[in-house]
Design a binder for this molecule. Structure first.
Ligand SMILES: *Cc1c(COP(=O)(O)O)cnc(C)c1O
Length: 413
């Protein structure tokens, strides 16, 4: 039996109809790893809030099921399902880098004996800057306190043994491990559960940046015992440019009043908040990390996106299709581009999400990328030499993948 064609795979795809739920730029949109496509219904969700603002004005804060003062309470249940958490462990607020800072304020507690933070050498610059500035802020020096784990010479992705080994090596000096769930450049998914276990065994805390994991792969943040996590929603969660960020704090830390925390009025008991008293009475959930009242329009876009994901059957249904799409793209690349285009992403399925990190080995990568752009195959270029392409199961078809490879064959030839 020959392998199924794109048309056969699309015909058998239970999620195929969701493509029509999105407005997608003309061409082949394989860049949902950078900015997810626009769900059509987001216009409605946002318009409802604009209409409520127009007709109710300030009363919108207190009126109806969508009252803005409680609006943030509408999303945790769906967010929790998406990342494998309990409702009281997740909150949508601020933006990703801001949340990393707020969580490091709580979970990076250096002392002269234990002050090191472990990250990876190719960390997303914003994460690197955030960690470096947190170290300085506490009076330590990144040249001593910031340690990195790298791929082995000549390799592109990290070995699990090297990560776990570095954690053990720095053991009693290690305060925090902060790593990506899925790497933004290579697309490598890290073994979060094992990392958390080993980090805890040496007495360190562990946080994950799951910007490229949320909405892409299945996560069990609670069961993996992760201390904290943060992510953005404009990538695989399709909330639009600058969409609201999210944070996870494990239940076991939520009631810990000893954790340092930056406070604001949205973290205090809503029953007494508007008495404007100055006694902080923390909400008994991760919402006690909230500082400001929620940005309603981006939150409306998030609700729209989470509703679509639930309708599609949640992250497990998305991942099921994603695995088929990954296998299909692997197969197509092997058939016609083997030796000319190399995917840096690990091959085993548990070590990858939907993003491919393609390196052009015969010819000039930048020129190939420019030719792809010319042909309206949307991918993105990441220095020094990778073309990232991500088939997103909610709105990309197998036909998109097929046409992408056909164009790539053409431009590489
Ligand atoms: C996308 C991304 C960011 C972007 O941070 P913002 O605060 O949302 O601008 C940061 N870190 C990682 C790992 C990312 O993938």
């Amino acid at each position: 039996m020959s392998a199924p064609t794109a048309a056969q795979l699309d015909a058998a795809d239970p999620l195929a109809r969701f493509r029509d739920e999105f407005e997608i730029p003309e061409g082949i949109y394989l860049v949902g790893n950078s900015l997810g496509a626009l769900p059509r219904r987001t216009r409605d969700y946002v318009n409802i809030e604009l209409d409520r603002w127009g007709s109710l004005g300030v009363e919108g804060h207190f009126t109806g099921d969508l009252a803005w003062k409680d609006y943030h309470e509408l999303v945790p249940e769906q967010l929790a399902r998406l990342v494998g958490a309990y409702n009281d462990e997740v909150v949508a607020m601020n933006a990703l880098t801001v949340n990393l800072h707020l969580l490091m304020i709580s979970f990076y507690q250096p002392n002269p004996q234990r002050h090191k933070v472990l990250i990876e050498s190719h960390a997303f610059p914003s994460d690197h800057f955030a960690v470096e500035s947190q170290i300085r802020q506490r009076g330590y020096n990144p040249s001593e306190s910031l340690i990195t784990v790298s791929p082995r010479p000549g390799e592109d992705t990290l070995h699990k043994d090297d990560i776990l080994g570095a954690i053990v090596e720095h053991g009693n000096e290690l305060a925090l491990v902060m790593l990506p769930g899925v790497h933004y450049y290579t697309g490598q998914a890290l073994p979060m559960s094992e990392i958390a276990e080993v980090a805890h065994s040496v007495g360190a805390r562990v946080g994950f940046d799951i910007a490229h994991a949320a909405g892409n792969i299945e996560l069990q943040l609670h069961d993996w015992n992760v201390d904290f996590a943060a992510w953005c929603t404009y990538k695989y969660l399709n909330t639009g440019p600058g969409g609201v960020g999210c944070a996870f704090v494990h239940q076991r830390h939520i009631d810990n009043q000893m954790l340092p925390k930056l406070l604001g009025w949205w973290g205090t008991n809503p029953a007494t908040r508007f008495r404007m008293a100055t006694e902080f009475d923390p909400i008994p959930t991760v919402e006690s990390w909230q500082m400001s009242n929620a940005s309603i329009l981006p939150m409306a876009a998030l609700r729209s996106s989470l509703d679509i994901i639930d309708e599609a059957g949640g992250i497990s249904a998305l991942r099921r299709k994603s695995v088929q799409q990954i296998e299909y793209l692997d197969r197509r690349l092997n058939e016609s581009l083997s030796g000319r285009v190399v995917n840096l992403t690990p091959t085993p399925m548990h070590e990858r999400g939907c993003q491919f990190a393609l390196q052009v080995t015969s010819g000039n990568g930048r020129e190939v990328f420019a030719a792809l752009e010319e042909a309206r195959a949307f991918c993105d270029w990441r220095e020094p030499d990778v073309i990232r392409a991500a088939p997103v199961p909610l709105y990309n078809s197998f036909d998109d993948i097929d046409r992408f490879v056909t164009i790539l064959e053409d431009v590489v030839a």
